[in-house]
Design a protein around this ligand. Structure first.
Ligand SMILES: Cc1cc2nc3c(=O)[nH]c(=O)nc-3n(C[C@H](O)[C@H](O)[C@H](O)COP(=O)(O)OP(=O)(O)OC[C@H]3O[C@@H](n4cnc5c(N)ncnc54)[C@H](O)[C@@H]3O)c2cc1C
Length: 219
């Protein structure tokens, strides 16, 4: 599906958001991701999987990404987009979504840029006027905590840290963690470590949701 670039916004020194118009037929769930293709963004490929950071109820599509000191041609192409430039978006997909029932207690764990799907979920909860029991753990580099306005408006308990965390750290801060569905989003090593520790601690797979971002090794 073709989408048109609207504008970009700098969230932190190395973090940017890009906004596109939303085609009428585009449907997605908060937490979904899609493949965004940009013409001429080689040589390692002109498309990447990106979480939809916007909520389905919002009028635009938002993607938020981090740019390293040596950005890929793809990231350079994202940053160089001009209003009216076209991209192609695949059908959104994923299973990193909110439970149908609003009573399940949730624990969102974000590593760095892994905050993107939670922006969509928390904004969607807020716009729906739903009441869900959510705790957010947000681990990021000191100057890279983003979406402060959205997170504040969500009115959920948030623990932000730049420490390296493990499952014991989580258990100390979230006493009822065993009663929560736990979501892990962010760099692959960050997510896989915590996911494995949660399994080893006895949390059943049905209670765990994983959304690791390949292409990021660290926060
Ligand atoms: C479900 C999902 C959701 C995601 N959501 C987001 C999101 O919301 N925001 C976001 O920023 N990212 C997201 N990602 C990650 C995204 O798809 C990219 O992988 C990431 O942004 C890195 O892209 P890049 O262009 O900067 O780096 P890339 O060019 O993809 O490089 C990533 C790494 O691979 C190495 N590499 C690249 N090409 C080669 C090659 N040919 N040979 C050897 N090594 C190579 C690079 O050196 C680098 O270490 C998501 C990924 C998934 C799977």
């Amino acid at each position: 599906m073709e989408i048109s670039f609207l504008r970009k916004l700098q969230n932190a020194a190395a973090i940017w958001s890009v906004f596109f118009d939303k085609p009428a037929g585009l449907r997605f769930q908060p937490g979904d991701y899609a493949e965004l293709a940009l013409a001429g963004a080689g040589p390692h490929g002109d498309k990447r999987w990106m979480s939809l950071a916007s909520a389905p109820q919002e009028p635009e599509i938002q993607f938020t990404f981090k740019v390293s000191d040596r950005p890929s041609a793809y990231k350079k192409a994202l940053l160089g987009l001009q209003p009216g430039d076209k991209g192609m978006i695949s059908p959104p997909m994923g299973s990193f979504n909110l439970p149908r029932d609003a009573i399940t207690k949730l624990l969102f764990i974000a590593g760095g840029i892994g905050i993107t799907p939670y922006r969509s979920m928390l904004k969607s909860i807020q716009l729906n006027g739903d009441h869900r029991d959510v705790v957010l753990i947000y681990v990021a580099n000191p100057a890279e905590f983003i979406f402060g306005d959205i997170l504040e408006a969500a009115h959920v308990p948030i623990i932000q840290t730049s420490e390296s965390i493990d499952f014991n750290w989580l258990k100390k801060r979230v006493a009822d963690i065993a009663e929560r569905v736990c979501y892990f989003a962010g760099p692959q090593p960050f997510c896989e470590k915590l996911y494995a520790q949660a399994q080893a601690a006895g949390l059943p797979n049905a209670q765990l949701r994983l959304d690791y971002f390949e292409g990021y090794n660290e926060l």
